[in-house]
Design a protein around this ligand. Structure first.
Ligand SMILES: *Cc1c(COP(=O)(O)O)cnc(C)c1O
Length: 249
């Protein structure tokens, strides 16, 4: 326990969160220049397994979008962060945790990982019950075909997007999310695949493709993702330092 606290403190001391965020923003600017795009993607700071003090440092540096993977963790951190924190949930969400997530995180801004109609329906009901504004959701697509990854197959993305768009009054279908393959060479294919899914869905549902987000890119591949049209990058270790299993809750 003491060793764990000490390890977290040393991470907090060594990692300069503000400087890391600035560095990321500069790298993104470079990419935008190369591709002649002006609108930068949103940077979501992924804080999983990291102490809330580090998230507060990022907040103090002006950062507002934060993401978490575990309901227990986001529920514990949300009350310790200012009310205008914009929370993203980016982990696999089990149906039986939906109610907790919705109740515990009133400032949940986007749920990035809807991967089944069952989950969409549960969320829809939970939002209605709470009397909240419609919740923005992304459909998670498994673009790499790895069995360990969650998300719908690319061929099924339209069906799920249509279900949310047409049947779930309390959800707002707002984009697609994917986790690229760790192996660098296949990333372009994963990101292209997500982009193709967006075209197919916007055509089929009569939506403006520019109104649908692409959540792709993490510490190791965000520059490439931005060059391929990402509007939402999810960055953890580059901001908060490497995660080690010691810090896992
Ligand atoms: C952990 C995680 C990230 C951030 O990963 P880093 O490589 O540390 O930037 C992004 N997206 C999801 C879904 C994650 O689980």
């Amino acid at each position: 326990m003491i060793a764990k606290a000490a390890a977290q403190m040393s991470t907090a001391a060594e990692q300069n969160v503000g400087a890391a965020l600035k560095g990321i923003s500069q790298s993104i600017q470079k990419v935008l220049k190369q591709i002649n795009r002006s609108e930068p993607p949103r940077v979501v700071a992924i804080g999983k397994w990291k102490p809330v003090e580090l998230l507060q440092e990022a907040y103090e540096a002006g950062h507002r979008h934060f993401g978490e993977n575990y309901v227990q963790e986001i529920s514990a951190k949300a009350p310790q962060m200012p009310e205008d924190t914009q929370w993203h949930f980016v982990g696999h969400l089990q149906s039986n945790k939906v109610k907790n997530l919705i109740e515990d995180v009133p400032n949940l801004t986007v749920l990035e990982t809807v991967d089944s109609e069952k989950l969409a329906n549960k969320l829809d009901t939970a939002i209605e019950t709470q009397g909240r504004q419609p919740l923005k959701v992304f459909v998670q697509v498994n673009t790499s075909g790895e069995e360990t990854k969650f998300g719908v197959e690319p061929e099924k993305a339209l069906e799920l997007a249509r279900h949310i768009h047409e049947q779930c009054k309390h959800l707002r279908f707002a984009g697609l999310m994917t986790i690229g393959m760790p192996d660098y060479t296949s990333k372009p294919e994963n990101f292209e695949c997500l982009s193709r899914c967006r075209s197919e869905i916007s055509d089929a549902l009569g939506l403006d493709p520019a109104s649908l987000e692409l959540s792709m890119g993490m510490s190791g591949d965000y520059e490439q993702a931005v060059s391929m049209g990402s509007t939402n990058v999810r960055i953890g270790s580059t901001i908060f330092g490497a995660r080690d299993y010691e810090n896992k809750r």
